[in-house]
Write a protein that binds this ligand. Structure first.
Ligand SMILES: Cc1cc2nc3c(=O)[nH]c(=O)nc-3n(C[C@H](O)[C@H](O)[C@H](O)COP(=O)(O)OP(=O)(O)OC[C@H]3O[C@@H](n4cnc5c(N)ncnc54)[C@H](O)[C@@H]3O)c2cc1C
Length: 343
């Protein structure tokens, strides 16, 4: 008889882990403080090895039924000019978190998982408890306040399945969903508190008046109910082996959103946790042995991309480095290299 695993957080990492455990016959309970469906600040662009994790758990076909589309091209815009639509080195999945999280939650319950929604876990993170509670808020990081904004809109014509718009204080991704909806999601930094965000988020997401982003947003029909924001993001990389708690997804470490790889890391880390957690649950390994095995696997898997992503994020906010990056990314070789090293 396997012991039950408690998973704190019913986002992508927690639900994926719960599904994987249930597929192996391991009892699992997910605690989620929110309710489904709900909007999340996210670009909705699933790129990288997490797609293979989803496939191995047999979830890809269901996701397509739930509304996931395929992205095959990307274009980039900045004050320095534009990089016209070009094929992605590897296709990505596009789906709104509104649909994705709900679909995963249903799948977990269909497999017999216990889902406690609207309930905050207030216990500790000792034996048998996995932390999948998402990012750890950090109000000010390196002197900056990082914030994320997201809204859905219609009536935006895009040149590519994913458009990345680089604006002076951040970046905005426009991702095409099946059915014509566009996910508009930005990451910004501010040296001072932003008190009037509730009134001014359109300005933030529309970019400078003379930008392509501004013209895209000018004619957009915005779904106001889909707006959400998040602040206090910490984008410094963390090693799993430095943590004593068992953490997956953003609770382990956040990769800068410009790479479009955070969801992938949530799926991948959940998959990496399956074997050692099953052994713990079946009394074949102690908690600390299993946790350390998992942590080493995570560090090996994520080290390179975290390093490159942190470097890119830092360079992005240095004007000269940003210009150099934009020019370099015009070369197919350089673009491919950056794409591969950040996923
Ligand atoms: C601006 C921005 C854009 C992004 N764009 C992309 C993108 O295009 N592609 C990509 O791959 N990634 C993107 N990401 C990253 C991606 O959203 C995250 O990596 C992903 O959501 C991590 O999933 P998670 O399950 O670890 O955390 P979350 O999705 O945050 O889930 C954590 C869950 O835990 C719950 N919770 C927290 N505390 C408790 C508690 N005590 N008790 C019960 N429940 C609790 C929360 O309610 C939440 O539902 C973006 C992030 C930002 C900020």
């Amino acid at each position: 008889m396997a012991d039950c695993v408690t998973i704190v957080g019913g986002g992508l990492a927690g639900l994926m882990l719960g599904i994987g455990l249930r597929q192996r016959g391991v009892p699992a309970t997910v605690w989620e403080v929110g309710r489904y469906p709900r909007h999340r600040v996210c670009g909705g662009f699933i790129s990288g090895r997490g797609q293979a994790s989803l496939a191995r758990l047999g979830l890809l076909a269901g996701l397509v039924e739930a509304g996931a589309g395929t992205a095959v091209s990307a274009a980039f815009y900045s004050g320095e000019g534009r990089i016209a639509a070009r094929p992605l080195p590897e296709s990505a999945l596009c789906i709104s978190r509104f649909r994705l999280d709900q679909w995963l939650a249903r799948e977990f319950q269909r497999l017999g998982g216990e889902l406690r929604v609207g309930t905050r876990w207030t216990g500790g993170y000792g034996e048998g408890v996995v932390r999948a509670a998402g990012r750890r808020p950090e109000p000010v990081a390196d002197g900056w306040r990082m914030l994320g904004l997201k809204v859905h809109a219609r009536g935006i014509a895009l040149d590519a399945d994913l458009e990345m718009h680089f604006v002076p204080n951040g970046y905005v991704g426009l991702c095409r969903f099946p059915g014509g909806e566009v996910n508009v999601c930005g990451l910004f930094r501010s040296a001072v508190p932003v008190p009037d965000l509730a009134q001014r988020w359109r300005e933030w997401l529309s970019g400078p008046a003379d930008s392509t982003l501004h013209s895209r947003m000018a004619g957009a029909q915005i779904d106001e109910d889909s707006f959400c924001s998040v602040a206090g993001l910490s984008l410094s990389p963390h090693r799993a082996t430095d943590r004593t708690e068992w953490c997956i997804g953003d609770a382990l470490t956040m990769i800068p959103p410009m790479t479009g790889n955070g969801m992938s890391m949530a799926f991948e880390s959940a998959e990496l946790a399956l074997d050692p957690l099953e052994r713990f649950s079946r009394h074949q390994a102690s908690w600390s042995e299993a946790q350390q095995e998992y942590a080493r696997a995570c560090d090996n898997t994520f080290r390179v991309r975290l390093r490159w992503a942190a470097w890119l994020q830092r360079a992005y906010f240095i004007p000269a480095a940003r210009t150099a990056l934009f020019v370099a990314a015009r070369s197919q070789r350089c673009w491919r290299g950056l794409f591969e090293r950040t996923r």
